[in-house]
Design a protein around this ligand. Structure first.
Ligand SMILES: [Zn+2]
Length: 121
């Protein structure tokens, strides 16, 4: 995957294969470039659905969703993945560093990694 494709280009290609080349969605899903994508998903995209599945987006060359992130500590390279963001009681969204975090990094600042070996002393 080099450059990203727009949804409209993907949609047009699918409609051409289906309507002009008269292929079924199942046949299209067997073509190189569409293998591994469910035929119903392909039909949905042709009807204008924006696929949410990251693997499908990557296979089709569609851009992955991006967001502007405020980096509190460390380095977050462009295109980094996240499972999602949580909302603190104060309204601020944050990406948790652990399963236990319930507050944003302003309400509950990150104190650094706990050194397990030091705690034992
Ligand atoms: Zn907060």
């Amino acid at each position: 995957m080099s450059s990203s494709t727009t949804l409209e280009i993907v949609r047009q290609r699918l409609l051409d294969l289906h309507d002009k080349s008269c292929l079924t969605w199942r046949q299209i899903s067997d073509l190189p470039g569409y293998q591994g994508i469910n035929h119903a998903t392909l039909a949905g995209i042709a009807r204008g659905r924006d696929p949410k599945d990251m693997r499908v987006r990557q296979l089709l060359g569609l851009p992955l969703p991006t967001a502007h992130i405020t980096v509190v500590i460390g380095y977050v390279p462009e295109g980094s993945m996240s499972l999602g963001a949580w909302r603190c009681d104060c309204g601020q969204w944050f990406i948790s560093n652990s399963g236990n975090r319930r507050k944003c990094y302003i309400c509950s600042p990150y104190k650094g990694k706990r050194r397990k070996d030091k705690e034992r002393l």
